[in-house]
Design a protein around this ligand. Structure first.
Ligand SMILES: Cc1cc2nc3c(=O)[nH]c(=O)nc-3n(C[C@H](O)[C@H](O)[C@H](O)COP(=O)(O)OP(=O)(O)OC[C@H]3O[C@@H](n4cnc5c(N)ncnc54)[C@H](O)[C@@H]3O)c2cc1C
Length: 676
């Protein structure tokens, strides 16, 4: 029998792991949070929430859907109460909402309704409503998707018919399939919405989908306004998105003033003439904003998964007995660290990339407001590709992290199952990933064709960051290098390989475009986006010197980024080998071994720093809400405590005994008796 106390050992193991880290926590934390000031702001806001009973999470897992919605609204109301009380800035309030770790209806107001309205409403409409929107004096949602159409926006059926006599639009749902569907915040919360509807002008001409600002509920008693039917669409898969009232809406000839068309770009004159927007895609700004934000939030979600899994794997001992007479910490098994350390690297990558992207979006928004669309196509290509990669990686990582924790990972108290259920639809909303892939491919082919167009000299100077990998195709005589294991210790090797893969697959796609295989779009989009991410990682590594990290810290964090690059190469081996990009050197028959051995070595070098690297995210126990990810490592105590609050445990004999268990037992005993 084991002589040591398994429970006590968890605390000992966590302390030891924490002591083994050589990183200065505050430097790395500051790097991840974009400066000490930002971190301090976040810490202060989180502390206020954590101490407030409204934000207690202890009963959350036992609540019904309706209770989750009601709780979600109470949390939201309290955040805005606190905003007033503490004079929080908009930024501080956004931190509070993000920190709550709930899918709240208010998010749709903040990330969809408000940005679209601010970017596309005419100046008079802005003057009337922008303050009310900012202060939550009205609550909004974004009504685009319908029962019959999602991806294909051009076939939406809701109509907005202009009535010149009254200078109004009439919003109407002509069919069952034109019912607005899936709309977050619509079911029970929103007072107003931005509705995507086909613009019909006098004479019946259809100008396609345009946006209209529509009041949905009374500001007096919250009742749905006449002519509109609204409801909640019911529970979602795996209990995800419980606090959000995704809803449906049907409009029956609902009149709105002409000024309520969002007409900053496209307009309708008083006598019903259409005025085209200066650029067909000017209205894409709002969507790009959401996608840019998804990169950052996806990064922080991966950070949570990594923190919980690394902490648990550090204190969970199972299996082989080591030299200390104790079972091995599961994090020391290659099959465990190989799964969870790459998640850490994904978090480091997307958190930093998100910051770059948000900055680029601010520049774009400034340009768009002046009618300058020059950056739009590039930003569209980049955000589409990144949205796909971040959401599919995040969904995968949450499940990998959960599974790495064995049986306890499946407990709701592990905290990752709920995050997974909530994050699952991110691969569908804001553009279905498989559909977005096509847009990335289209942009890549356009860059390829313009580079090789006969009308001008091929020049790599004009290549934008999203297609810089195409430079490798010029000059056309190419020799692909071969790499040793040592070469993979340098980021440039993986970056070059990933860029080569993108260049050759785009070239191949351009040549076989008339007869493509079925997975080509996914592979091309992935290759193109991963080449872009790889080049960005190169930049991040090159600038680590200016982050205040010591040289040894730069080496450790550099290894985290290198791990991302090399594992991306490993995941892309099928195409790298298909295109003969990865060659053996030194007579080895397996050119992939050097990649795989580099991953193993990087992981083992990073293991002593894993707790420090994940502590640097700065999550509190309240934020993680995971019995397996507690800071002090005492996972068994935490799990034991959670289980005691299970409602079934509040009575010794359940009500089901009299109703069902007892009759079943008695029936069984009666049936068995004759045979006894
Ligand atoms: C949790 C959640 C919240 C949402 N919130 C909102 C909201 O607030 N407001 C709102 O307006 N909408 C919202 N939506 C709807 C969301 O935007 C749509 O689900 C999304 O756009 C996809 O459309 P769809 O569901 O009709 O799928 P479809 O377009 O029917 O796609 C079904 C399948 O067909 C494939 N497919 C479709 N078209 C093509 C094509 N051209 N080429 C190749 N493959 C194709 C897709 O890849 C997918 O596999 C939400 C959805 C969810 C799940």
């Amino acid at each position: 029998m084991s002589a040591h106390d398994v429970n006590e050992q968890t605390g000992v193991d966590m302390l030891k792991a924490r002591r083994s880290t050589t990183l200065a926590l505050d430097t790395i934390r500051s790097f991840l949070h974009n400066g000490e000031d930002q971190w301090e702001t976040r810490r202060k806001v989180t502390q206020i929430l954590e101490r407030d009973a409204v934000f207690d999470k202890a009963r959350r897992e036992f609540m019904s859907r309706t209770e989750r919605y009601t709780r979600g609204m109470a949390l939201t109301n309290r955040v805005y109460e606190l905003q007033e009380l503490h004079s929080w800035t908009q930024h501080e309030t956004s931190i509070a909402i993000a920190t709550l770790d709930e899918q709240l209806p208010i998010s749709l107001h903040n990330v969809a309704f408000q940005p679209v309205f601010m970017l596309q409403a005419s100046p008079p409409l802005l003057a009337k409503y922008s303050d009310l929107i900012a202060t939550k004096g009205i609550l909004g949602c974004y009504l685009q998707t319908e029962l019959g159409h999602g991806t294909n926006v051009s076939r939406l059926e809701t109509t907005a018919t202009f009535i010149p006599e009254t200078q109004e639009f009439e919003i109407h749902s002509p069919t069952t399939t034109s019912s607005k569907w899936w709309i977050g915040g619509l079911g029970k919360t929103a007072t107003h919405g931005v509705v995507q509807a086909k613009l019909i002008l006098p004479g019946g001409k259809d100008f396609g989908p345009h946006l209209f600002f529509v009041q949905l509920r009374s500001m007096h008693d919250h009742k749905v306004l006449p002519g509109i039917k609204i409801g909640d669409i019911g529970p979602k898969a795996l209990g995800g998105f419980s606090p959000t009232d995704n809803g449906f809406a049907v409009f029956d000839h609902v009149r709105i003033p002409k000024e309520h068309m969002l007409s900053k770009f496209a307009q309708v004159t008083r006598d019903g003439e259409y005025v085209k927007p200066p650029h067909a895609k000017l209205s894409y700004g709002g969507m790009l904003y959401i996608r840019a934000n998804m990169v950052t939030s996806g990064g922080w979600l991966m950070a949570k998964a990594a923190t919980v899994a690394i902490r648990y794997a550090t204190v969970r001992r199972q299996g082989e007995i080591g030299p200390d007479g104790l079972e091995r910490q599961i994090i020391t098994y290659p099959s465990v660290y190989y799964r969870i350390l790459p998640i850490l690297s994904h978090a480091y990558v997307f958190i930093r990339l998100g910051k770059t992207l948000t900055k680029a979006f601010d520049t774009l928004a400034g340009n768009l407001s002046r009618g300058d669309t020059s950056l739009l196509a590039e930003m569209h290509a980049i955000t589409s590709g990144l949205k796909v990669v971040v959401s599919s990686t995040g969904v995968q990582d949450l499940e990998i992290a959960r599974r790495s924790m064995g049986g306890h990972g499946y407990s709701a108290f592990a905290g990752l199952g709920r995050l997974y259920a909530d994050y699952l639809p991110s691969v569908t909303y804001e553009g279905d990933n498989f559909v977005l892939d096509q847009q990335v491919v289209r942009a890549a082919l356009k860059s390829y064709r313009s580079l090789f167009s006969e009308s001008k000299e091929s020049t790599t100077q004009s290549l934008l960051p999203s297609s810089r990998y195409l430079r490798l195709l010029i000059p056309p005589t190419r020799s692909l290098p071969s790499f040793t294991e040592d070469d993979f210790r340098s980021p440039t090797t993986s970056i070059l390989l990933l860029e080569w893969r993108a260049a050759l697959i785009v070239e191949k796609n351009a040549r076989t475009v008339d007869d493509p295989d079925a997975s080509i779009n996914q592979r091309v989009a992935k290759a193109v986006t991963e080449a872009f991410i790889a080049a960005q990682i190169g930049e991040i590594i090159n600038t680590l010197g200016s982050t205040g990290m010591t040289e040894s810290e730069q080496i450790i964090v550099g290894k985290v980024y290198l791990l991302y690059l090399v594992t991306t190469v490993e995941a892309g081996l099928v195409d790298l080998l298909s295109f003969n990009i990865l060659n053996s050197s030194g007579g080895s028959r397996d050119p992939t071994r050097s990649v795989r051995m580099t991953i193993k070595k990087l992981c083992t070098e990073l293991l002593p720093e894993a707790i420090g690297l994940s502590d640097a995210f700065g999550f509190t126990d309240w934020e993680l809400d995971s019995a397996l990810g507690v800071y002090d490592g005492k996972v068994y105590e935490a799990l034991w405590k959670c289980v005691q609050s299970e409602p079934l445990n509040q009575t010794e004999v359940p009500t089901a005994y009299e109703e069902s268990i007892k009759p079943m037992l008695l029936r069984g005993q009666r049936q068995a008796r004759p045979k006894l």
